[in-house]
Design a protein. Structure first.
Length: 368
């Protein structure tokens, strides 16, 4: 029996940060870099005066203080009402305020920074479903999904009702560690019999190791369990190479433990690093094989954006040795991406605002 297994970073169904929709790459990268810098400053135990001054600069530059309905701010600081001290105080007009940082450290105020989200266009949501329908996998790991009910609604109402595709009978998602609600879920035509979460695996300095999670989904398949280890490693934005390395080391341990339960193990998802990187090599050295190195795959090497270069390779579908021997065909579905100078997209993908994702879906057919 042929089974199709796939992974797809759908870029956060149904809502994603507004900054992600910007077509100006430089503007988008600056917003995300400034947001990460602000978050790092806010997490300091003690705020020095230079820290406070930089916070004020970032708040003013991006109008973080502007809470009006039509505010253009790309991110905001959620200061909990009635919970004591606030991070900052604002006086004066919105366009030229006086801002004073009142708190002296992270423990002195309750709240957090958050990217402003906007609803996706209906066209973009349908294009995401179009990718899923075209791939038509039996087991599909979905990266960047908000929660299980979102995955359920997408499955039934968009994939099923809007596109007329047969919805998946099984789906599962465990909320992870990302404060933006970016999680890893799964759609399956075969029963999901168990799940093991690793959201509490310890990292350095009292932090949790996984930026999201490394859920282990057990799929009942012809009497032999199939284990899918879903991943979304730390983003490249702002570095994070050391954390990705530690995440890969832990995933390798989880993979080797899973092999003791079944010889059918898949490590999949967005590893946010290239094939030649240390984190990816850690997994390959454990005996895993990436689908896009299979001789049946002859396309471009990348999965992100145009996908023409090795640096565009971020998404992985890795198989244990016994599964690798069963791989018959590998393909990448790129048509949900807007890259008009490189390849032809779906007719309904007309810009970055309407693209399904800037990641391609990777899938493989196995004789199981």
């Amino acid at each position: 029996m042929t089974i199709r297994i796939a992974t797809f970073n759908a870029e956060n169904l149904f809502r994603r940060p507004r900054a992600f929709a910007l077509e100006d790459d430089a503007a988008r990268d600056k917003i995300l870099a400034d947001f990460n810098e602000l978050v790092a400053l806010l997490e300091k135990e003690t705020y020095q005066q230079k820290d406070k001054d930089r916070m004020v600069e970032l708040i003013k530059e991006h109008q973080v203080h502007n809470s009006e309905k039509d505010s253009p701010r790309p991110f905001f600081i959620n200061q909990l009402k009635g919970a004591g001290a606030k991070l900052f105080q604002v006086d004066g007009p919105v366009d030229n305020p006086t801002i004073v940082i009142k708190a002296d450290g992270r423990g002195k105020w309750p709240g957090w920074a958050e990217l402003v989200r906007g609803d996706l266009s209906w066209t973009a949501v349908q294009n995401t479903a179009r990718v899923v329908a075209e791939v038509n996998a039996d087991v599909l790991l979905m990266v960047e999904v908000e929660d299980r009910l979102t995955l359920e609604r997408f499955n039934e109402h968009v994939l099923g009702e809007a596109l007329g595709h047969q919805p998946y009978p099984f789906n599962l998602l465990v909320d992870g560690n990302d404060p933006r609600g970016i999680d890893v879920g799964i759609l399956s035509r075969h029963p999901i019999t168990s799940v093991r979460s690793h959201i509490f695996d310890p990292g350095q300095g009292g932090m949790r190791l996984f930026s999201r999670d490394c859920p282990e989904f057990e799929i009942a398949l012809n009497g032999t369990p199939l284990w899918i280890l879903g991943n979304h490693f730390k983003s490249m934005i702002g570095g994070g190479a050391g954390l990705r390395k530690r995440q890969a080391e832990r995933v390798r341990e989880i993979y080797e433990a899973a092999l003791q339960r079944s010889e059918r193990v898949v490590v999949a998802g967005d590893l946010n690093d290239v094939m030649a990187s240390t984190p990816v090599k850690k997994l390959l050295d454990a005996g895993l094989k990436d689908a896009m190195t299979h001789p049946t795959y002859t396309g471009d090497p990348g999965t992100h954006g145009p996908g023409t270069g090795d640096d565009d390779k971020l998404d992985y579908l890795m198989f244990s040795p016994k599964l690798w021997d069963r791989v018959e065909h590998v393909e990448v579905e790129r048509r949900g991406i807007w890259a008009p100078r490189t390849f032809k997209s779906f007719q309904t993908v007309t810009s970055k605002a309407t693209q399904a994702s800037d990641h391609a879906a990777v899938y493989a057919d196995l004789d199981l």
